[in-house]
Design a binder for this molecule. Structure first.
Ligand SMILES: [Zn+2]
Length: 311
């Protein structure tokens, strides 16, 4: 499961209750009070403790079904780790909020021949599609180019209501159960679009994979091969920016907390350090990633990172 926000929380809960034996949950974020309107796995106490979502999800799922195994990974999914993350999975569920990661999932899943289920929701509108590499069109067969920034409404500009999330997640998880039980004939075989506010449900039937698809026909994995990738990302729906240093880095959180404690208010748990100084709040994870709140300007975020965490 890539992403354990609104869609992901529902995927996790339904699959755990269904008794799917092993779940690997990857998420880069921590729980906040504003998530609770739609992210059903989490509680006020998770937000209070600033638990990473993957960790809070694992804790809650163990209360729901103690007989399954849940692997929680606190990480940002990018071109350097996605292949390892999906390795050995029977199925990948998309619970992300951005196309960049979806193209990465598509590349990795086509390359490793793993089925995956795309899902997205914004406002009262949602869409989903099931990709079985070699059998159905892949994401790139349908959306050849990544939608350009600003071309579509995001949860930033439009918000989202819980019922559309529940609808998309319900279709995704039903498809997951069909795949995991080998009931391929029952799959919906379409790009499904739901406008729950306008009461409009439609299915665009999928045909064969596109003859000239770069990904699933020509096997050119451009997103996996990307050099470097984004160091800094603005986060959807929040006045926040994520800064992630390139390469695998581990940070000494205790040391960082001591250092920052001299400069402002610091809170710490096993997984992260939160530092507040004036209007900005920095949350630094063990992998040296930081989510910086109080700005959506990437240059400001970069300089705050350099100032307080170091480069
Ligand atoms: Zn394709």
């Amino acid at each position: 499961m890539v992403g354990c926000g609104a869609l992901g929380a529902l995927h996790a809960e339904m699959l755990a209750r269904a008794g799917v034996g092993k779940l690997r949950i990857v998420d880069r974020d921590f729980v906040e009070l504003t998530n609770l309107q739609r992210q059903t796995l989490y509680s006020e106490s998770d937000a209070e403790q600033r638990l990473p979502k993957a960790i809070a999800a694992k804790k809650r799922l163990a209360e729901i079904n103690s007989e399954i195994r849940v692997e929680a990974i606190v990480a940002d999914v990018n071109h350097s780790n996605i292949e390892n993350l999906v390795d050995g999975c029977a199925l990948v569920l998309d619970g992300t909020d951005n196309f960049q990661v979806r193209y990465l999932i598509n590349d990795a899943c086509v390359k490793q021949h793993i089925p995956w289920i795309y899902g997205a929701a914004v406002s009262g509108y949602g869409t989903t599609m099931t990709v079985r590499p070699g059998e159905t069109p892949c994401l790139r067969c349908i959306f050849e180019e990544m939608p350009s920034a600003g071309s579509a409404p995001t949860c930033d500009t439009a918000g989202v209501i819980m019922p559309i999330i529940a609808s998309v997640a319900a279709v995704q998880v039903t498809e997951a159960l069909k795949i995991l039980t080998g009931n391929f004939a029952a799959l919906h075989g379409s790009l499904m679009q739901i406008d729950i506010w306008q009461n409009d449900w439609r299915k665009i039937k999928l045909k064969e994979p596109r003859e000239d698809c770069l990904t699933c026909r020509q096997k050119r994995f451009e997103f996996l091969d990307a050099e470097g990738g984004d160091f800094v990302t603005t986060l959807c729906g929040r006045d926040a920016v994520q800064v992630s240093p390139p390469g695998a880095v581990q940070i000494d959180l205790k040391n960082l907390a001591e250092r920052l404690g001299k400069l402002g208010e610091v809170k710490q748990n096993e997984y992260l350090v939160r530092f507040k100084n004036g209007e900005y709040e920095l949350t630094v994870f063990r992998d040296a990633r930081a989510i910086i709140r109080g700005t959506d300007d990437t240059a400001t975020a970069r300089s705050l990172y350099a100032k307080y965490v170091g480069t």
